[in-house]
Design a protein. Structure first.
Length: 100
């Protein structure tokens, strides 16, 4: 079984939140400069972007292989008790196809 460590989706979501927040800050900064030329530049990252960054870091630290699950499946394959639900397999393949 291949476990995907692809974080492109998380990276894209994080980048989008950061991009939106920076756009808001830039617009706010332009408005402030119009009112007062001596204004300071500052950047604020939303709590959502911070939370996404924290979740991404936690996901990257998670182990790539769940050794307990792998051992259980290997045991069931060796004992000829591992059964595959072809309906569930087909559903997951279809979900993956729609997500791509």
């Amino acid at each position: 079984m291949k476990v995907s460590t692809n974080t492109d989706g998380v990276d894209k979501i994080s980048a989008e939140y950061i991009r939106k927040d920076l756009k808001k800050v830039k617009q706010s900064g332009q408005e402030n400069r119009a009112e007062n030329d001596a204004s300071e530049d500052r950047v604020e990252i939303s709590s959502k972007a911070f939370d996404l960054n924290t979740l991404q870091a936690a996901a990257m630290q998670a182990p790539d292989v769940r050794t307990g699950k792998v051992a259980d499946i290997k045991n069931r394959v060796d004992n000829n008790t591992y059964k595959i639900s072809y309906e569930e397999l087909a559903e997951r393949l279809m979900e993956d196809a729609w997500m791509a």
